[in-house]
Write a protein that binds this ligand. Structure first.
Ligand SMILES: [Zn+2]
Ligand SMILES: [Zn+2]
Length: 181
Protein backbone atom coordinates (compact mmCIF):
# COMPACT_ATOMS: atom_id res chain seq x y z
CA UNK A 1 0.00 0.00 0.00
CA UNK A 2 1.35 3.40 -0.96
CA UNK A 3 -0.68 5.50 1.43
CA UNK A 4 -2.85 4.89 4.47
CA UNK A 5 -5.97 2.94 3.63
CA UNK A 6 -8.31 5.85 4.31
CA UNK A 7 -6.21 8.12 2.09
CA UNK A 8 -6.39 5.71 -0.82
CA UNK A 9 -10.15 5.22 -0.43
CA UNK A 10 -10.68 8.97 -0.27
CA UNK A 11 -8.63 9.58 -3.41
CA UNK A 12 -10.49 6.91 -5.36
CA UNK A 13 -13.84 8.27 -4.15
CA UNK A 14 -12.86 11.85 -5.05
CA UNK A 15 -11.87 10.83 -8.59
CA UNK A 16 -15.09 8.86 -8.98
CA UNK A 17 -17.13 11.83 -7.76
CA UNK A 18 -15.39 14.19 -10.20
CA UNK A 19 -16.07 11.73 -13.02
CA UNK A 20 -19.81 11.71 -12.33
CA UNK A 21 -19.87 15.28 -13.68
CA UNK A 22 -19.95 14.13 -17.29
CA UNK A 23 -21.66 16.80 -19.43
CA UNK A 24 -22.98 14.12 -21.81
CA UNK A 25 -24.24 11.77 -19.15
CA UNK A 26 -24.83 13.11 -15.64
CA UNK A 27 -23.57 10.43 -13.25
CA UNK A 28 -25.63 11.71 -10.33
CA UNK A 29 -28.98 12.46 -11.99
CA UNK A 30 -31.08 11.87 -8.88
CA UNK A 31 -31.09 10.99 -5.21
CA UNK A 32 -31.10 7.25 -5.99
CA UNK A 33 -27.87 7.64 -7.96
CA UNK A 34 -26.28 9.41 -5.00
CA UNK A 35 -27.47 6.57 -2.76
CA UNK A 36 -25.68 4.09 -5.02
CA UNK A 37 -22.53 6.22 -5.05
CA UNK A 38 -22.66 6.47 -1.26
CA UNK A 39 -22.82 2.69 -0.90
CA UNK A 40 -20.29 1.91 -3.63
CA UNK A 41 -17.65 4.04 -1.95
CA UNK A 42 -18.26 2.80 1.56
CA UNK A 43 -19.60 6.07 2.93
CA UNK A 44 -21.37 5.97 6.26
CA UNK A 45 -22.74 8.57 8.66
CA UNK A 46 -25.28 11.25 7.83
CA UNK A 47 -27.06 10.73 4.54
CA UNK A 48 -30.26 12.67 3.95
CA UNK A 49 -31.46 11.33 0.60
CA UNK A 50 -32.63 14.84 -0.28
CA UNK A 51 -32.42 17.06 -3.34
CA UNK A 52 -30.47 19.60 -1.27
CA UNK A 53 -27.85 17.05 -0.36
CA UNK A 54 -27.60 15.98 -4.00
CA UNK A 55 -27.20 19.61 -5.08
CA UNK A 56 -24.44 20.19 -2.53
CA UNK A 57 -22.55 17.08 -3.64
CA UNK A 58 -22.84 18.05 -7.30
CA UNK A 59 -21.64 21.57 -6.52
CA UNK A 60 -18.49 20.16 -4.95
CA UNK A 61 -17.40 18.40 -8.14
CA UNK A 62 -15.93 21.29 -10.16
CA UNK A 63 -13.96 22.35 -7.11
CA UNK A 64 -12.51 18.87 -6.70
CA UNK A 65 -11.76 18.67 -10.42
CA UNK A 66 -9.58 21.76 -10.07
CA UNK A 67 -7.31 19.66 -7.84
CA UNK A 68 -6.41 17.57 -10.90
CA UNK A 69 -5.76 20.62 -13.07
CA UNK A 70 -4.02 22.90 -10.58
CA UNK A 71 -0.33 23.32 -9.92
CA UNK A 72 0.91 22.59 -6.42
CA UNK A 73 0.44 26.08 -5.00
CA UNK A 74 -3.11 26.36 -6.28
CA UNK A 75 -3.92 22.86 -5.08
CA UNK A 76 -2.66 23.75 -1.62
CA UNK A 77 -4.86 26.86 -1.61
CA UNK A 78 -7.92 24.80 -2.51
CA UNK A 79 -7.12 22.14 0.08
CA UNK A 80 -6.57 24.72 2.80
CA UNK A 81 -9.77 26.54 1.86
CA UNK A 82 -11.80 23.31 1.96
CA UNK A 83 -10.38 22.43 5.38
CA UNK A 84 -10.89 25.93 6.73
CA UNK A 85 -14.46 26.34 5.46
CA UNK A 86 -15.41 22.96 6.89
CA UNK A 87 -13.73 23.77 10.23
CA UNK A 88 -11.76 20.56 9.98
CA UNK A 89 -10.54 19.14 13.26
CA UNK A 90 -8.76 15.82 12.72
CA UNK A 91 -9.74 13.08 15.15
CA UNK A 92 -8.85 9.41 15.14
CA UNK A 93 -12.03 7.40 15.36
CA UNK A 94 -13.20 3.84 15.00
CA UNK A 95 -16.63 2.88 13.69
CA UNK A 96 -18.35 -0.07 12.07
CA UNK A 97 -15.66 -2.67 11.42
CA UNK A 98 -12.94 -0.23 10.45
CA UNK A 99 -9.71 0.24 12.40
CA UNK A 100 -8.77 3.68 13.71
CA UNK A 101 -8.64 6.27 10.96
CA UNK A 102 -8.90 10.02 10.66
CA UNK A 103 -12.11 11.97 10.39
CA UNK A 104 -11.78 15.72 10.34
CA UNK A 105 -15.48 16.59 10.63
CA UNK A 106 -18.16 14.86 12.69
CA UNK A 107 -20.13 12.01 11.15
CA UNK A 108 -23.31 14.09 11.33
CA UNK A 109 -21.83 16.88 9.19
CA UNK A 110 -23.49 17.22 5.76
CA UNK A 111 -22.35 14.61 3.24
CA UNK A 112 -20.86 17.17 0.83
CA UNK A 113 -18.82 18.66 3.68
CA UNK A 114 -17.47 15.27 4.63
CA UNK A 115 -16.68 14.45 1.01
CA UNK A 116 -14.84 17.76 0.66
CA UNK A 117 -12.84 17.24 3.84
CA UNK A 118 -11.91 13.62 3.11
CA UNK A 119 -10.68 14.62 -0.33
CA UNK A 120 -8.74 17.55 1.13
CA UNK A 121 -7.11 15.41 3.82
CA UNK A 122 -6.06 12.83 1.24
CA UNK A 123 -4.66 15.56 -1.01
CA UNK A 124 -2.69 16.87 1.95
CA UNK A 125 -1.07 13.44 2.18
CA UNK A 126 -0.12 13.59 -1.50
CA UNK A 127 1.42 17.02 -1.05
CA UNK A 128 3.43 15.98 2.01
CA UNK A 129 4.75 12.83 0.31
CA UNK A 130 5.46 14.70 -2.94
CA UNK A 131 3.13 12.37 -4.84
CA UNK A 132 0.86 14.79 -6.67
CA UNK A 133 1.89 13.14 -9.95
CA UNK A 134 -0.47 10.35 -8.88
CA UNK A 135 -3.34 12.63 -9.91
CA UNK A 136 -3.74 12.00 -13.61
CA UNK A 137 -6.11 12.46 -16.52
CA UNK A 138 -7.29 9.50 -18.55
CA UNK A 139 -5.08 8.98 -21.59
CA UNK A 140 -7.94 8.10 -23.90
CA UNK A 141 -8.33 10.98 -26.37
CA UNK A 142 -12.15 10.98 -26.09
CA UNK A 143 -12.25 10.90 -22.29
CA UNK A 144 -12.18 13.74 -19.77
CA UNK A 145 -12.11 11.53 -16.70
CA UNK A 146 -9.57 11.88 -13.94
CA UNK A 147 -7.87 9.05 -12.09
CA UNK A 148 -5.56 8.34 -9.21
CA UNK A 149 -2.62 6.17 -10.12
CA UNK A 150 -2.05 3.99 -7.06
CA UNK A 151 0.03 1.42 -8.95
CA UNK A 152 3.52 0.68 -7.71
CA UNK A 153 5.22 1.47 -11.00
CA UNK A 154 3.03 4.48 -11.86
CA UNK A 155 1.76 2.69 -14.93
CA UNK A 156 -1.91 3.50 -14.80
CA UNK A 157 -3.06 5.35 -17.92
CA UNK A 158 -6.82 4.92 -18.17
CA UNK A 159 -9.84 5.66 -16.01
CA UNK A 160 -12.32 3.12 -14.67
CA UNK A 161 -14.79 3.90 -17.44
CA UNK A 162 -13.59 1.14 -19.79
CA UNK A 163 -11.06 3.32 -21.65
CA UNK A 164 -8.28 0.76 -21.22
CA UNK A 165 -10.34 -1.78 -23.16
CA UNK A 166 -11.39 0.76 -25.75
CA UNK A 167 -7.75 1.73 -26.34
CA UNK A 168 -6.69 -1.93 -26.61
CA UNK A 169 -9.42 -2.61 -29.19
CA UNK A 170 -8.42 0.43 -31.28
CA UNK A 171 -4.77 -0.58 -31.16
CA UNK A 172 -5.68 -4.12 -32.22
CA UNK A 173 -7.76 -2.82 -35.14
CA UNK A 174 -4.98 -0.50 -36.19
CA UNK A 175 -2.47 -3.35 -36.20
CA UNK A 176 -4.83 -5.55 -38.20
CA UNK A 177 -5.49 -2.82 -40.73
CA UNK A 178 -1.76 -2.26 -41.07
CA UNK A 179 -1.03 -5.97 -41.59
CA UNK A 180 -3.78 -6.25 -44.25
CA UNK A 181 -2.64 -3.31 -46.32
ZN1 LIG B 1 -14.70 6.51 8.88
ZN1 LIG C 1 -11.23 7.33 -19.60
Amino acid sequence: MLFAHDTECALVAAAALVNTADPDREGLPDVAALDRFFTAHGWSGRHEHTATELRQVRALRPRLRRLWDADTDELVEIVNALLRESRALPQLIRHDDEPYHLHAVPRDAPLATRMAVEAAMAMADLVRTNELSRLRHCDHPDCDNVLVDLSKNRSRRFCDGGCGNRAAVSAYRARRAASHS
